[in-house]
Design a protein around this ligand. Structure first.
Ligand code: NAD
Ligand code: USQ
Length: 421
């Protein structure tokens, strides 16, 4: 199958590109490398030493004989380059990872909020418009998030995308219909994914586009069978206060003896998935594309749920670390219950990897191997959801204006686009 991977140089995109290539698909990576520039902006680097994309692709080719094509473009701005690429490749599937994906980064300043909304919505909308303009039958597979559902405790397992509601008509007779599950985003990043959902609903309805939206939980781990083949293929591993996700952060913190940064009570329950399951789920979603027609197919891409404080204690017991507590920079419930349905991916063949399966040891080996690359100054999360959260973190009682950049545009956007392949 001819497949484009938008955002194929990123944490989920890179191992997915290799996995699909290893399974016989013809893969093209499309990326602007903005994520690498954000590392420079934040003064941080991946825990693992990731190689430039050219070296990554050469290594893959020399190890497997599989060529992966590359197209460099800013998908939020270079509409004609995207349209030309789609016209040339006529892909059976496009996997769309190319969004700003960190909640704390999206809440840092007005410029970061604006960048996240502008980038994410423009990429999604450009893709949808281009597929319609060209009249392609391409199956679009988008990486959404569990966070669109919000984290209110509800007395049911979260359904996959839709909720059946019933309501009385004017005569009092009851009707029922399926609606998109009411969205309750907890950050500007999650808001961008909630808005993406409406774009998908519109284009599936209006133009018959075939779309799968994967509501993914928090990804942990770093290596897959393919990235582990050679050090030049190693995947990125974020641990900083903006991009590091909770379990990966706890592992790094434990490895260097930094008290685990549990936000508040640690009573937040979230959904998790290992990166090996991520790439497997994308393969299952892409290869079952023929099933998709009509309304958007929404699948919850999660393996299990955990409470943050339980994860902290698990990591602390495993590595002998101290469980700390920091004032929560986020506006979120102190605790919530969460159970999630994932029947569709399981019925397609997913056999979820659980934390208990021992894969945590692989991550521990990685963090121990590269622990000398950790910059402890980059561990604290200094992005606050609002003035109250900032004041609480600083131990103040009176909120004062946040320190906000007055830049209109983030420098990470400034680059000249170039296309290869
Ligand atoms: P990432 O930041 O590592 O990768 C995103 C990639 O997209 C980067 O290589 C970046 O350069 C590229 N990109 C962003 N904007 C672009 C643009 N305008 N033009 C071209 N390329 C652009 O993120 P990730 O962790 O790999 O996440 C991928 C997707 O999966 C995101 O949409 C994210 O919301 C979703 N997701 C991630 C997680 C997680 O825990 N990492 C969990 C759930 C969902
Ligand atoms: N948390 C801590 N300590 C930390 C970091 C986080 O206690 O050092 C807490 C947060 O307050 C939050 C929970 O852990 O309650 C999860 O935070 P996270 O940073 O691991 O995950 P999140 O911000 O939700 O975002 C990540 C990805 C995002 C994806 C999302 C899936 O960055 O791209 O969409 O997970 S989900 O959480 O299911 O919405």
């Amino acid at each position: 199958m001819e497949i484009l991977i938008l955002g194929g140089d990123g944490f989920c995109g890179w191992p997915t590109a290799l996995h699909l290539s290893a399974h016989g698909h013809t893969v093209t990576i499309v990326d602007s490398f903005v994520r690498r520039r954000i590392d420079d902006e934040l003064g941080v680097r991946s825990l693992t030493p990731i190689r430039p994309i050219g070296e990554r692709l050469e290594a893959w080719d020399s190890l497997t004989g599989n060529e992966i094509d590359l197209a460099e473009m800013d998908l939020s701005e270079d509409y004609s380059s995207l349209r030309d690429l789609l016209a040339r490749k006529r892909p059976a599937a496009v996997v769309h990872f190319a969004e700003q994906r960190a909640a704390p980064y999206s809440m840092k300043s007005p410029a970061h909020k604006r960048y996240t909304i502008q980038n994410n919505l423009a990429v999604t909308h450009n893709l949808l418009t281009a597929v319609v303009e060209l009249g392609l039958d391409t199956h679009i597979v988008h990486l959404g998030t569990m966070g669109v559902y919000g984290y209110e405790s509800v007395p049911m397992d979260l359904p996959e995308g839709y909720l059946t509601v019933s309501y009385p008509d004017r005569t009092g007779r009851n009707h029922s219909r399926e609606i998109l599950y009411p969205t309750q985003p907890g950050s500007v990043y999650h808001l961008s994914k909630s808005l993406d959902q409406l774009l998908f609903q519109f284009y599936a309805n209006n133009d018959g586009l075939r779309i799968t939206d994967l509501h993914q939980g928090i990804v942990w781990g770093t290596q897959t069978d393919e990235t582990a083949l050679d050090p030049r293929l190693i995947n990125r591993f974020d641990y900083d206060g903006d991009y590091g996700t909770v379990l990966n952060r706890f592992l790094v913190e434990a490895a260097i003896g930094y008290p685990l940064t549990v936000h508040g009570t640690g009573g937040q329950t979230r959904a998790f998935i290992n990166i090996r399951d991520t790439v497997r789920c994308i393969q299952l979603a892409v290869e079952s594309g023929a099933e998709v027609s009509g309304r958007v197919r929404v699948m919850n891409q999660v393996s299990e749920t955990h409470r943050v404080s339980d994860l902290a204690h698990l990591v602390a017991d495993l590595l002998g670390a101290e469980v700390g507590s920091v004032s929560n920079p986020r506006k979120e419930a102190h605790e919530n219950q969460l159970e999630v349905r994932n029947d569709q991916l399981v019925s397609l063949g997913l056999r979820p990897i659980k934390l208990a399966t021992g894969l945590l040891t692989e991550s521990v080996e990685i963090v121990q191997k590269y622990s000398d690359r950790v910059d402890t100054d980059r561990i604290p999360c200094t992005s606050y959801w609002n003035r109250d959260r900032q004041a609480a973190a600083e131990g103040e009682t009176v909120a004062h204006p946040r320190q906000e950049t007055d830049e209109n545009e983030l420098s990470v956007r400034n680059h000249s686009a170039r296309r290869i392949g």
